[in-house]
Design a protein around this ligand. Structure first.
Ligand code: MCN
Ligand code: MOS
Length: 779
């Protein structure tokens, strides 16, 4: 069956014709398209409801699946009475472990697969957590399925559950492979003139994208098409193939529009497997849409963390030792490691460092990645402790950081590619008025409000994966950019159109971009802040290949008006070819295609190394193998940030208001400042939520997530969000990526929590070491 894939998205019709990047006058040289502040190409479709999300596909004969989740945290399922549910009109079937859907266990990323959890529903009687899918009810309508799901009677045999990291029955496990050690940190700390030592903790958090997780799977002719909001259609495809035990090319995953993911849509979660298996079983399309509460338990967010951090320094403020140990929750029989030493081990020059990571299995849904996983909690502990050290030394926090400047990466001993962090400190300090504050705690106030200033720094690695892109030139003049990569709200559509326009010298409105479909050229994930650099590089390469292909076509095709020219006499000029030999020898690409009787010309490009095999390219598209390799890839490239905040604390009520946020970022070359700024601001707002509001509450009696909804899981609203100012201090970094950019998507959420915590200390003299910083902790 032919399936409509993603429509092409372009910047045409956005009222941009006055924009300098739109080179409509052939005589005038075009302004650079890359680097222009263009709006999001797919934005109008999303805000006017024309963008059709996964769940909105209209398929004939669609059945509705609703999952039933465990209400107990641990033990066994003894029986599931489905009789009342099955008796309801419209109910097609009820799948449980006693009447299962066949699903294989997928290969998790740590073992070279594309899955984020090994948990595979309905395959056994083990209760792993409250909220675990234990049945799928399929009916003719959503309402029928929902009612039937409420009628299942499950009999459990309870076991003792481990619900949090502090449970004495919990068994922490050290992850030795991710430890970092050099020198003799314990001895150096013991002998240090000045020491700070503290425990910092962060709460369980959720990704909560606006578009809930929902999928439509449609089985036919031995293959399956799946509409799934995804940060990585290739990874989803490989997991679906494994679940179903079918060949990977029998699976197509389509995801042209994604309403946010923030890490939670990198992996296809177990409900997707249920939808796929049910569709195969029933031979008709099945939709499984998680309810908002189910998005808190059907997949996990950032795990709760605890970190012990000690820094030893000389009286002059030179760090002599850092000792760091962290713990994070993971599912009882799945593994998620929050790499809490990622920032600790690179930020400052220290001759001695010891860091160890531990996981603590608990009866909870497998946690996952949430924006800045690892770096975010790591910077929270380190940058809070640095502030404590600055006060212990009576030293300015920025001066302390500069005194411990690392000239090279202290962990890998590699030189930095670029590190505009001094520039970031300077720009941020200037913008917030750092020099005007009185550093003494509780020294600044206005009326009832105590005023506090705080700062913190952070880093996020440039993950240098490779991908492919295809350019399709049409005789109509339209140019298409094709890639399986996705746009989750970041601006991928827009920056790829800009890249092609820049490389070909054509108006950006002539470029159409198609994304988010496994039939398109292979792409690594939109995760780890890597996709923009990854795909712009591939498009640039495809454009270079296209220019060469057009020159050859013009010179050699018998019907070409420029036939017989030497390619050396031809040059590429603003979407056209010109010859230096004939005065009026200029022909546009579209005219050339028409002249030679060709409707289209397709050219591919990629950023793989010269010898990349099919196996390597497939690995990038389908597993985390290439991502892992690129992290060990011989350069130390990172985005950097310096965050500054001003807070106001009401002394009587203990309420904290963030009054201003200012941050300076080094993300290398910026492809679209408007979009990059919006990414940074979004990350900072997320950091604000983490610091003051967000916290998953678990009922100690049964492991239930109490606040699994938007009413009770508090997030920042407009009224919570202050004036935010962001600045770019980056310079092009050609060691980091093909076009000199570094990651943008996650660095904004790194360093916000410690900056706010440090400001709260400055305002009040109280050091709160656990997130979120709520009123009860402050008063
Ligand atoms: N960009 C730029 N110049 C650069 C790099 C990026 O202008 N040198 C801009 C581009 O508009 C690009 C965007 O920043 O589309 C993000 O690029 P990049 O940093 O490469 O991040 P990815 O494309 O890989 O997107 C994933 C990243 C991650 S990992 C999370 S988590 C996150 C984030 O993006 N989730 C988001 N930002 C999000 N934004 C929205 N709206 N929704 C999410 O779910
Ligand atoms: Mo981002 S947490 O890597 O999707």
């Amino acid at each position: 069956a032919t399936v409509a894939g993603s429509a092409g998205i372009s910047l045409a019709g956005l009222g941009l014709t006055a924009h300098p990047a739109m080179a409509t006058d052939a005589a005038a040289p075009p302004s650079p398209a890359l680097g222009a502040r263009l709006p999001r190409a797919e934005g109008p479709l999303k805000v006017t409801g024309q963008a059709r999300y996964a769940i909105e596909q209209k398929l004939a004969n669609l059945a509705y699946g609703v999952t039933v989740q465990s209400t107990r945290p641990a033990g066994r399922i003894l029986a599931i009475d489905t009789s009342a549910a099955k008796a309801l009109p419209g109910v097609i079937d009820v799948y449980t472990l006693h009447h299962p859907l066949k699903l294989n266990t997928p290969t998790v990323y740590a073992k070279g697969g594309g899955a984020t959890e090994a948990f595979t529903p309905l395959q056994d009687d083990i209760v792993r957590f409250n909220g675990m899918h234990l049945a799928l009810v399929v009916a003719e309508t959503f309402e029928q399925a929902t009612e039937a799901a409420s009628l299942l009677k499950v009999t459990y045999q309870d076991d003792k559950a481990i619900l949090d990291m502090d449970d004495p029955a919990a068994s922490p496990m050290a992850i030795d492979a991710m430890a970092a050690n050099w020198g003799d940190a314990a001895a150096a700390l013991a002998g240090a003139e000045v020491k700070v030592q503290a425990t910092y903790s962060t709460a369980r958090e959720y990704n909560v994208p606006l578009e809930p997780h929902a999928t439509i799977a449609s089985w036919s002719d031995g293959g399956i098409t799946v509409w799934e909001p995804s940060q990585w259609v290739g990874g989803a495809r490989s997991v679906i193939a494994e679940w179903l035990g079918i060949d990977i090319d029998k699976v197509r995953v389509i995801s042209p529009y994604v309403g946010g993911g923030f890490g939670s849509k990198i992996g296809a979660h177990p409900h997707v497997g249920l939808a796929c298996a049910a569709s195969r079983q029933l031979g008709r399309p099945v939709k499984v849409a998680l309810t908002r509460p189910q998005t808190f338990t059907g997949l996990g967010g950032r795990p709760a963390t605890r970190q012990n951090l000690a820094i030893g320094a000389t009286r002059e403020g030179k760090i002599v030792s850092i000792v760091h140990e962290s713990w994070n929750e993971t599912a009882i029989d799945d593994m998620h490691v929050e790499a809490c030493n990622n920032v600790t081990k690179i930020m400052y020059a220290t001759p001695n460092l010891a860091s160890r990571l531990n996981v603590v299995p608990v009866h909870a849904v497998q946690p996952g990645w949430k924006r800045g996983p690892g770096e975010n909690p790591s910077a929270y502990a380190l940058e809070s402790a640095m502030d404590e050290l600055a006060y212990a030394l009576d030293m300015d926090p920025i001066a302390l950081r500069l005194a411990n400047w690392a000239d090279i990466d202290p962990s890998s001993k590699l030189p930095w590619t670029t590190r505009q962090l001094r520039e970031a400190y300077a720009a941020g300090a200037d913008a917030i008025g750092w020099g005007k504050r009185n550093p003494r705690p509780r020294s600044m106030r206005e009326g009832r409000e105590l005023i506090g200033y705080g700062m913190a720094a952070g880093a996020y690695p440039m993950i240098r994966t490779a991908s492919e892109a295809r350019l399709v030139f049409h005789a109509t003049g339209q140019i298409e950019v094709l890639s399986a990569g996705t746009d989750i709200g970041t601006g991928t559509y827009t920056i790829l159109a800009q890249t092609a326009a820049e490389a070909l010298g054509v108006p950006v409105e002539t470029v159409t971009v198609r994304l988010g479909d496994t039939v398109l050229p292979r792409s690594a994930l939109a995760g780890g802040s890597q996709q923009a650099n990854n795909l712009t590089g591939a498009v640039m390469q495809a454009a270079a290949n296209a220019r060469a292909a057009f020159l050859t076509l013009a010179a050699t095709h018998p019907k070409s008006p420029l036939a017989g020219s030497r390619t050396a006499d031809l040059s590429f000029d603003r979407g056209a070819l010109r010859t230096t030999r004939r005065p009026r020898g200029r022909i546009t690409l579209a005219q050339l295609l028409t002249a030679v009787g060709q409707r289209t010309l397709e050219v591919e490009g990629n950023t793989f190394g010269p010898g990349a095999t099919e196996a390597i390219k497939n690995a990038a598209d389908r597993s985390f193998a290439q991502l892992k390799a690129s992290l060990e890839g011989g350069v130390s490239a990172h985005s950097w940030c310096a965050q500054f905040v001003e807070v106001r604390v009401d002394e009587d009520f203990g309420t904290i208001r963030v009054k201003r946020m200012v941050a300076a970022f080094d993300s290398g070359r910026i492809f679209n400042p408007k979009l990059a700024e919006s990414q940074w601001i979004g990350g900072m707002v997320m950091g604000l939520g983490q610091t003051l509001l967000e916290e998953g509450h678990i009922d100690p009696r049964d492991g239930r997530t109490v606040n699994a909804n938007f009413a009770d899981y508090a997030l920042p609203v407009n009224a919570d969000v202050p004036d935010i100012r962001v600045m770019s201090v980056g310079i092009p970094d050609l060691q980091a990526s093909a076009l000199g950019g570094k990651g943008v998507g996650e660095i904004g959420v790194v360093g916000v929590a410690p900056a706010i915590g440090n400001a709260v200390f400055h305002a009040t003299g109280k050091r709160i070491r656990s997130l979120p910083i709520t009123m009860d902790k402050l008063t």
